[in-house]
Design a protein around this ligand. Structure first.
Ligand SMILES: Cc1ncc(COP(=O)(O)O)c(C=O)c1O
Length: 447
């Protein structure tokens, strides 16, 4: 180990070495950095002022478009008014206002909101609430958590345990005990080039019956799935799948958690995917779009019966021993309120729904290009599977993302060799055309 007192070699003030960039090949990035200095509406701008069309809403979060004046002004005003009150034992008015607004948007009796600061924290919070719920009701044996292969639920130990993306799990030890996984819902032979929810695959929800038969329902606390699996490459749920999961969970008293960190706030043309699919989960996580990416925030919405189950015992005693210093931070609450206003004033969720067919047609126009194996679309979201190089899996996807940024001026996301396009909900028809024209050029250029 180097000595702590050893002198570091002299570095330039703006040296790129110090920052360890998350989920990024650092050495490749630092050779040809993709730096963003500014953003407005549908565009990013590099430090040199070159515009880059945002095909990804940042990381699936900037649903209202970049640096929208009402959100910026709300954050500025809040910073000048109240920096921080303790999140435990005290609170501030905007926390209650935002919780009410979210409960209003959420379907059914999803009426209570627990705040945190990210999707990963939201997932850990939801899993802990599920465990504590059963524990408090005298079913302490219900400790198993069921996730799904290819699922992404953030990077906390809870999230990677129920998640099903192997690279996010295999380096990090034995993870949480007592976790099992449903099979993923993708089958290229049966589903390739489907717009929206595939016809094939609803029966895969019945695998939950097999898991119940193996472990017994009395040991299972909750099932967690993304209604649309995003980070694994955009897998819309097969028709009927979520409804069947709901029915099986009801049959066995298992809580159903929807991880709506990506699907919340308009991505699928509704406030939440739960509304699109007519399925009400017991707990629902959110993050990203709540502030349109402007200030970190996440949370969990829970049904009345779950919240109610905690509200017992002496009133001076804390009901749930969980929370974060920055739960419901004033800046995030102010940003969230302004964002929800903007979504409503500009009908952005309905707009996404109206644009969905045009977006899907534009995406499918790439069918037949070299190396394109499958294209999937749902809401304003699309995944494009590119054939992997046999000797370098992920290289084509990476090269395409890089070329798109440096040469075509469009931001795309690559998850290995799958490209994802998920623009802000303010995207125009012309911009949809521009995104896919540029992506087509990139796909043709990279071999
Ligand atoms: C479904 C889902 N859950 C959780 C997360 C984690 O969110 P965060 O990166 O804010 O921790 C993500 C992030 O993409 C996500 O897509």
């Amino acid at each position: 180990m180097p000595s702590a007192t050893a002198r570091k070699p002299q570095t330039l003030p703006n040296d790129l070495e110090s920052y360890w960039i998350p989920f990024t090949p650092n050495r490749a990035f630092k050779k040809a950095p993709r730096l963003i200095a500014r953003a407005k509406d549908m565009h990013y701008y590099t430090p040199e002022g070159r515009p880059v069309l945002d095909g990804t809403a940042g990381l699936w979060c900037v649903n209202a478009g970049h640096n929208r004046a009402p959100i910026v002004e709300a954050i500025q005003a809040q910073a000048a008014e109240l920096d921080y009150p303790p999140a435990f034992q005290y609170s501030h008015p905007k926390a209650f206002e935002l919780a009410s607004r979210i409960a209003d948007l959420a379907p059914g009796d999803l009426d209570h909101v627990f705040f945190c600061n990210s999707g990963s924290e939201a997932v850990d919070t939801a899993l802990k609430i599920a465990l504590a719920y059963h524990n408090g009701r005298g079913e302490a044996g219900r400790t198993r958590l069921i996730g799904r292969e290819r699922g992404y639920h953030g990077v906390g130990f809870g999230g990677i345990s129920v998640g099903g993306i192997v690279n996010n799990r295999k380096h990090f030890g034995s993870l949480l005990a007592g976790v099992d996984h449903l099979p993923h819902t993708y089958n290229r032979e049966k589903q390739a080039f489907t717009k929206g929810e595939p016809e094939w695959g609803g029966h895969l929800a019945d695998e939950l019956e097999r898991i119940v038969a193996l472990h017994d329902a009395s040991t299972i606390a909750a099932v967690i799935v993304e209604p649309m699996a995003g980070s694994t490459g955009v897998l819309p749920p097969p028709k009927g799948y979520l409804q069947r999961l709901r029915a099986i969970c009801d049959k066995y008293g298992i809580l159903l958690i929807f991880d709506e960190v990506i699907t919340g706030f308009g991505r699928l043309g509704h406030a939440f995917a739960a509304e699109r699919y007519g399925v009400i989960p017991d707990l629902m996580t959110f993050a990203k779009g709540i502030t349109s990416g402007s200030v970190p925030m996440g949370g969990v919405v829970v049904r009345n019966g779950i919240y109610g189950a905690f509200m017992h015992g002496p009133e001076h005693v804390t009901e749930l021993f969980h929370g974060y210093t920055y739960s419901a931070h004033p800046l995030a609450c102010a940003a969230g309120l302004a964002t929800l206003d903007l979504y409503r004033e500009e009908n952005l969720f309905e707009r996404a729904k109206k644009m969905e067919p045009k977006f899907a047609d534009a995406a499918m126009s790439l069918k037949g290009l070299p190396n394109v194996l499958d294209i999937r679309t749902v809401g304003l979201t699309c995944g494009i599977d590119i054939a992997s190089k046999p000797d370098a899996v992920g290289k084509r996807g990476y090269d395409m993302m890089e070329k798109a940024f440096h040469e075509e001026g469009v931001m795309v996301r690559n998850m290995g060799d799958t490209l994802a396009l998920t623009p802000p909900l303010i995207v125009s028809e012309a911009e949809i055309g521009e995104i896919f024209d540029k992506v087509a050029k990139v796909i043709k250029a990279v071999n």
